[in-house]
Design a protein around this ligand. Structure first.
Ligand code: G1P
Length: 246
């Protein structure tokens, strides 16, 4: 299985330290945060991992250079998450099975979220799965939000009717948010290739996944762990605490 870790963001919510150190390289104990994500991907069964970085984040490349099965791609313009993932198109070429995507600034404590996605997908014939969490209604505008198909909630998992990036609370179809882990059919790359800019003028992964829904089944699954957004100091402190107690 292949895994993609987008880690190309500029770290503007975590200045000034990110002028010197990419946020993904900040330590969680003795390891950079990104290494915990690489470990998660490997434990979930990924044997080839491509990390998408931007020029200026060479520290990431230097740290992982020589690591088995790790390669790099560059996102040279900040055009959004969908565009960052698209930079790994060559890496997934000819891939038949689903591909893991783990956001480089989202750490999950308390479970291996990627492994959860893999298990859920296998139980559903290799279908695409999005890792989710419930969020407060007033915060839907920060996330991709999913609409479950009525009556499909089975434990923590459900079939996805549709999904929308950063809806206002009054327009959000639920309080179930996209939470940093995806296992996607490689067909999503066909949609990413001609995806137009969406919310914030950015090429959104959420928009390409929604278009893919017309041809492929998609499930959402609320994973049992807690996501920590290490893209800002507050989330980073929380991550330190969560992993110290893990
Ligand atoms: C991205 C995704 C969004 C998701 C979020 C957290 O947003 O676009 O759908 O809910 O990560 O995983 P960002 O935090 O980059 O604005």
């Amino acid at each position: 299985m292949k895994a993609i870790i987008p880690a190309a963001g500029l770290g503007t919510r975590f200045l000034p330290v990110t002028r010197a150190v990419p946020k993904e390289m900040l330590p969680i104990g003795a390891k950079p945060a990104l290494e915990l994500i690489v470990d998660e991907a490997r434990e979930a069964g990924a044997d080839e991992i491509e990390i998408v970085i931007s020029p200026g984040k060479e520290l990431v490349r230097r740290y992982f250079e020589g690591a088995k099965g790790v390669s790099f791609a560059y996102q040279r313009e900040q055009k959004g998450l969908g565009h960052a993932v698209l930079q790994a198109a060559e890496f997934v070429r000819d891939e038949k099975g689903p591909v893991l995507i783990l956001l480089g600034d989202a750490l999950v404590a308390g479970c291996n979220a990627a492994a959860e996605m893999v298990a859920v997908s296998r139980a559903r014939g290799g279908a695409s799965v999005i890792g989710c969490e419930r969020v407060p209604r007033e915060k839907t505008g920060r996330y991709g939000i999913l609409e479950p198909v009525d009556g499909t909630m089975d434990g923590r998992c459900f079939k996805v009717e549709t999904l929308v990036e950063k809806p206002r609370p009054e327009e959000a179809p639920s309080d179930i948010a996209v939470a940093g882990r995806y296992l996607l059919d490689p067909a999503v790359f066909r949609y990413l290739a001609d995806q137009t800019a969406g919310v914030g003028g950015e090429i959104q992964l959420t928009d390409a996944i929604r278009r893919m829904l017309a041809e492929r089944a998609l499930y959402g699954c609320i994973y049992p762990g807690r996501r920590q957004d290490i893209g800002n100091p507050d989330g980073y402190f929380k991550a330190l605490e969560a992993f110290r107690n893990a």
